[in-house]
Design a protein around this ligand. Structure first.
Ligand code: NAI
Length: 337
């Protein structure tokens, strides 16, 4: 029976890259059915809330969502709809692979996966101003929260991911030398969990040194795991190693629910022009297919993408080509074996 997933086309270029992705999924024979739902600006315009209950109910029902980028409107009552979705479904693991697709960049054959804790750290948003004298915003304070439970499940996820994907090494990046309690706890828990995985090499590194090492010699890394904000920053860094955000997919994984999305935003500067690169969302859909155990279909799409882009059969503008989204999509469909 076909797996039903929640589909949120999103804002800006979202609907364009979603249609392209659906066309490739259909041509590749993905056994999926789509429950289309609204979120973001599209939802605000139609039903006056950026995150309708119907959308949340659908995700709860299907357990799997493919989501286009959402524009977060200032003053909508949500800090970020993406953050709200992650919290609602406790999507604790943000999985961000960075694999070279377009040749001729700064590095060739990069193949890294960054696993970021998605629910704790500084991004819990516990912050406030402190007034001094006549200045109500004389200072601001933000709280970093790390729990043993949260640290343990993310580090364990990283090791399980490494094991089931044939990867050899896990690097835990932290700042325990300065943040001795929060980051110290994260590191201690990491060291404990690592003892259970003697088939996987383990190392810990200071986050700033990790950033430099990733730029100087990214090949020494394999799977990286870290707390929320460090992961947010370094996952963009590794996207840069493979040519930018247009090529990077992401999975947000919880125990009951998983949501897959491109890393890029709604790109208002090119929305509606038919020139967006659908690769980020398409690769996210491949991660979704892996998640619902349609791995063979995912592999065929990845091969078609590689043939099309590496062989320079067709490239969109951001890849240095001239193809429109539609032309690129048609080339991908032709490349499917
Ligand atoms: P952006 O990623 O939308 O755009 C940055 C630059 O990359 C732009 O020049 C854009 O044209 C280009 N770009 C992005 N995706 C592309 C694609 N698929 N093909 C070709 N070019 C592409 O980031 P920006 O401009 O900072 O954010 C725009 C909106 O998106 C904001 O409202 C932001 O909040 C939202 N956003 C949503 C995300 C999500 O839903 N996961 C993630 C990041 C931003």
């Amino acid at each position: 029976m076909a797996k039903t997933i929640t589909l949120i086309p999103g804002d800006g270029i979202g609907p364009e890259v979603t249609e392209a992705t659906l066309e490739v999924l259909g041509a590749a024979g993905a056994d999926l059915e789509y429950d289309r739902q609204l979120a973001g600006m599209a939802a605000l315009e139609e039903v006056r809330t950026p995150l309708p209950t119907e959308t949340i109910d659908s995700i709860r029902r299907t357990g799997v969502a493919l989501k286009g980028p959402l524009t977060t409107q200032l003053g909508s009552g949500f800090r970020s709809i993406n953050v709200a979705l992650r919290q609602e479904f406790d999507l604790y693991a943000n999985v961000r692979p960075a694999k070279t697709l377009l040749p001729g960049g700064r590095y060739e054959e990069i193949d890294l996966v960054l696993i970021r804790e998605n629910t704790e750290g500084l991004y819990v948003g516990v912050e406030h101003y402190i007034g001094v004298g006549g200045d109500p915003r004389a200072a601001a304070e933000s709280v970093m929260i790390v729990t043993r439970f949260g640290a343990e499940r993310i580090v364990r996820y990283a090791f399980e991911f490494a094991r089931s994907n044939g990867r050899k090494k896990v690097t835990l990046a932290h700042k325990a030398n300065i943040l001795k309690y929060t980051q110290g706890l994260f590191l201690d828990v990491g060291n404990e969990v690592a003892k259970e995985y003697d088939d996987i090499e383990f190392e810990d590194r200071i986050i700033d040194a990790t950033a430099m090492a990733l730029v100087l010699d990214p090949y020494q890394f394999d799977v990286l795991v870290m707390e929320n904000m460090f992961g947010d920053i370094l996952s963009d860094l590794i996207a840069g190693l493979v040519g930018g955000l247009g090529f990077t997919p992401a999975g947000n994984i919880g125990t009951e629910t998983a949501m897959f999305e491109a890393v890029h935003g709604s790109a208002p500067d090119i929305a509606g022009q038919g020139v967006a690169n659908p690769t980020g969302l398409l690769l996210s859909a491949c991660m979704l297919l892996d998640h619902v155990e349609q791995t063979e279909t995912a592999s065929r799409i990845r091969v078609a993408l590689e043939e099309t882009v590496v062989g320079n059969v067709c490239r969109t503008r951001d890849m240095g080509g001239t193809a429109s989204t539609r032309e690129f999509t048609r080339a991908l469909v032709r490349a499917l074996r």
